[in-house]
Design a protein around this ligand. Structure first.
Ligand SMILES: Nc1ncnc2c1ncn2[C@@H]1O[C@H](COP(=O)(O)OP(=O)(O)O)[C@@H](O)[C@H]1O
Ligand SMILES: [Mg+2]
Length: 446
């Protein structure tokens, strides 16, 4: 993409309405525009990051054996009356009446709808285990939408639902989700800590929330500092292996880590004092096991080995896809702007032409652009007729992890400059070498 042809409406002024850094930076970098309270348009740069996050979520869900599908945003109230949640949900649910005076709602979550799909088509234990998920917009009429996409009213969520014959099988599904989530967040450059949490309106006994530590987080959290040393890394997981998933769960959840809702001062105080931490965190996901709550209420039963019709054991598992865009920025920025982790960056590298119109500089930029594209990398080429300072400021604001700076003076010596956004360090090298380095960084074969 050439910046001169792109749509990147960056703001010079810091928007007064934004209280936290991610919201400020998303507005300034031209990623989103508010449509109404808690509802946003995703402008091209923001949309790219959102899609990258979605892709990682999809890849890791499919890796864990979960099956993608898509359910609608609008739902019939009847299903929610069956589960008893139509009245229980309260004013957070956006209720709509269609032209035939039928009660509809904009889905805040999909337990009822997926349970209805399940009971219509599955009747035997032989079709289990089954985990279905989708990535779809949700609406919750939050009392206080705020912090940009972090607490929106309309937001994008991955929600997955497991159906199992026994409690043990369903707990394995729970563990499988926990493991896949650890991998998902790490690929986005985030450390998200699973913490024992409260189940809220979803119901159930077993639940963990995943929290990214950040001063601006809405949740108060308490944890043993040893937990932040844990890394998932590139370990190979067999998601069908019950013992392996269980042992990863134990590794990541055996130390104390709780949100304020489940905090237990006595247990916390048993940790050596120098390891006790209290902090704030952003909830980027949550997993639940709730047994037969919905299958009982809605008659989702299967025939078991003995020919008895039994309700299935279920759980639901959510990732806040749109919230993650903000959470990643909260975790990765400096006073100049965003610093995208390589895993989610909207463009792999920026190319800054210091002297637009200079034949050598233009040709060198174009050659770099073509080589990167050939490797399957997407550069953003700042080909505008602007001062170098303004070009650097834009690149720093929008946070591409790597920048190649090309100018006539360097080219006389056969070099361009490769700069890391994170460290600010620059290195001069021949253009071909800059391409090789980026190929290595992004794991592309030359
Ligand atoms: N209002 C919101 N705006 C953006 N993301 C949200 C919002 N509410 C929930 N999410 C995201 O969706 C994930 C799954 O939702 P869920 O656990 O059902 O939400 P909650 O804990 O708020 O009831 C949350 O972990 C969070 O990351
Ligand atoms: Mg939650």
């Amino acid at each position: 993409m050439r910046l001169s042809r792109y749509f990147l409406p960056v703001l010079k002024e810091t928007p007064a309405e934004a209280q936290i850094v991610s919201h400020r930076l998303m507005l300034r970098a031209g990623m989103i525009k508010q449509a109404s309270a808690g509802i946003y348009s995703w402008l091209p740069l923001g949309y790219k990051v959102l899609k990258n996050i979605e892709t990682i979520v999809h890849e890791e869900q499919v890796r864990a054996g979960h099956i993608p599908m898509l359910m609608p945003t609008l739902q019939s109230a009847d299903l929610w009356r069956e589960s008893g949640r139509y009245d229980a949900y309260g004013p957070e649910m956006l209720r709509i009446t269609d032209r035939h005076e039928r009660d509809m709602l904009y889905g805040p979550t999909n337990e009822e709808m997926i349970t209805d799909i399940f009971r219509s088509h599955v009747s035997s234990y032989k079709d289990l285990p089954l985990t279905l998920y989708h990535i779809q917009w949700k609406f919750r009429d939050e009392r206080r939408p705020r912090f940009g996409v972090m607490r929106g009213r309309e937001f994008l969520m991955k929600d997955g639902y497991n159906f199992d014959l026994t409690k043990d099988d369903a707990l394995h599904a729970y563990n499988r989700h926990l493991v896949s989530y650890l991998r998902t967040y790490e690929r986005m450059g985030l450390q998200a800590i699973p913490m024992r949490a409260d189940s809220g309106p979803i119901g159930g006994d077993d639940t963990h929330e995943f929290l990214v530590l950040a001063e601006t987080g809405e949740s108060e959290v308490f944890y043993d500092s040893e937990i932040t040393d844990l890394k998932f890394g590139d370990r190979q997981i067999d998601y069908d292996d019950v013992a392996q998933c269980q042992s990863v769960l134990e590794e990541f959840t055996s130390r104390y880590a709780r949100t304020d809702e489940t905090h237990d001062a006595a247990l916390f105080d048993a940790i050596p004092e120098d390891r006790r931490r209290s902090a704030r965190g952003i909830e980027v996901g949550q997993i639940f096991y709730f047994g037969t709550k919905y299958s009982d209420a809605m008659g989702a039963k299967v025939v078991d080995h003995d020919g008895n019709r039994v309700p299935v054991h279920m759980g639901s598992h959510g990732i806040g896809v749109s919230r993650l865009v903000g959470a990643i920025i909260e975790a990765s920025h400096d006073d100049k702007g965003i610093i995208w982790p390589e895993g989610v960056t909207p463009f792999h590298a920026g190319i800054v032409n210091l002297k637009q119109g200079d034949a050598d500089a233009d040709a060198a930029c174009q050659a770099l652009y073509d080589s990167l594209m050939t490797l399957g990398l997407e550069p953003l080429y700042d080909d505008r007729d602007e001062r170098a300072g303004a070009k650097f400021a834009t690149m720093d604001l929008i946070g591409l992890p790597w920048r190649i700076t090309v100018g006539p003076r360097g080219l006389k010596n056969g070099v361009v400059e490769l700069t890391s956004r994170r460290t600010g360090e620059s290195e001069e090298m021949p253009p071909e070498q800059a391409v090789t380095r980026l190929a290595q960084i992004y794991g592309r074969a030359m």
